[in-house]
Design a protein around this ligand. Structure first.
Ligand code: PEP
Ligand code: MN
Length: 338
């Protein structure tokens, strides 16, 4: 349920109203002071609330029922776009953020070198997997803690905040120390125990879409994190499983404008895992920017043929540099910068 308050209602009145509602109905309240309106979102069992008596309250303009099962992630609860600050960068503002780097961290030298290269081309975040959720138990599983340490060293050298994937709550302490944005991979989108743990931390979460999950299921996963108290969630479309086999996954471009309508959370796109082939990555990245994505996460490798994971879809630093140059005018055409 959403309460739209009368213009000019002061903070003290809002606080009093929230306390009253919490005491009377046992609901959680989340007041949002937006650019033009003040909204109080009510989360919990609102079935006992008498709407007509609320509408008589002199600070309440209107009461709206929220039909969707996701509340905190709902744009109705928070009409303005959420902007997440990570170091000096802002995710979800006018500037499109590009994260780039290897699928897996392979050595300290490799990740430092790639960090320098992608930063010079315009990336503002460094990606790199250390705990790899591979489909085969025989495939490279990642450098684990050592990989996170190399990411941290690359951050110290270049200033780029780092993004890396967590696969188990037991890794959380390490991630709090070494990583700036915690990635939840497609395979863990509905690992609810992991999501609940991530709700308790104060770090942004990059939540990838599961292979076969609907947008509503994805938003409910964001809701798990947000209901625990962590509202810094970035959604990342990375392709879904369809009948089509000519690409690794099918990039759901429509998800971008659909999410923009349904939620206030920033939206990233991963063209690398959608395409599965480096040659297709630029076109998908351009389409994502044109469709309104707030950011991209792209795999870049110094020697794709010999990469320990996802070489086929990794761009070389030179190809990445060219792609960013080609993305700039597209961003400008949709009122953004890179
Ligand atoms: C990755 O980013 O390397 C990865 C494993 O992605 P996804 O979870 O989207 O498959
Ligand atoms: Mn990968």
């Amino acid at each position: 349920m959403i309460l739209i308050l009368k213009q000019g209602t002061d903070h003290q009145k809002v606080d009093e109203l929230c306390s009253r509602l919490q005491a009377a109905y046992g609901v959680q309240t989340s007041p949002i002071f937006g650019s033009s309106t003040i909204i109080v979102g009510l989360v919990g069992d609102t079935s006992d609330i008498d709407i007509s008596s609320l509408e008589m309250d002199d600070s309440i303009e209107r009461v709206l029922k929220v039909q969707e099962p996701y509340k905190r992630a709902n744009r109705k609860f928070h009409p303005d776009d959420t902007v997440i600050k990570v170091g000096n960068i802002e995710i979800g503002s006018q500037r499109i953020c590009i994260a780039a780097g290897p699928c897996s961290v392979e050595s300290e030298e490799q990740v430092k070198m790639l960090a320098r290269e992608v930063s010079a081309s315009g990336a503002v975040l460094l990606r790199g997997g250390a705990f790899k959720p591979r489909s085969s138990p025989y495939a490279f599983q990642g450098l684990k803690a050592e990989g996170l340490l190399y990411m941290k060293k690359a951050r110290e050298q270049t200033g780029l905040p780092v993004v890396s994937e967590i696969t188990n709550p037991s890794q959380l302490e390490m991630f709090m120390e070494f990583v700036d944005i915690i990635q939840v991979g497609a395979r863990n989108m509905q690992n609810f125990e992991l999501l609940k743990e991530l709700g308790r931390v104060r770090k942004p979460i990059l939540l990838k879409r599961g292979f076969s999950n609907t947008i509503e299921e994805w938003l409910m996963s964001a809701e798990y994190i947000m209901s625990g108290g962590n509202s810094d969630v970035v959604l990342c479309e990375r392709g879904i499983r369809t009948f089509e086999t000519s690409t690794r996954n099918t990039l759901d471009i429509s998800a971008i404008p659909v999410l923009k309508r349904l939620t206030h959370l920033p939206v990233f796109v991963d063209p690398s895992h959608a395409a599965g082939q480096a040659a297709l990555v630029p076109a998908l990245a351009k389409a994502a920017v044109a469709a309104g994505a707030d950011g991209l996460i792209i795999e870049v490798h110094n020697d794709p043929k010999n990469a320990l994971s996802d070489g086929a879809q990794s761009l070389t630093p030179t190809a990445f540099n060219q792609l960013v140059a080609e993305l700039r005018p597209i961003a400008e055409a949709v009122g953004r910068t890179i």
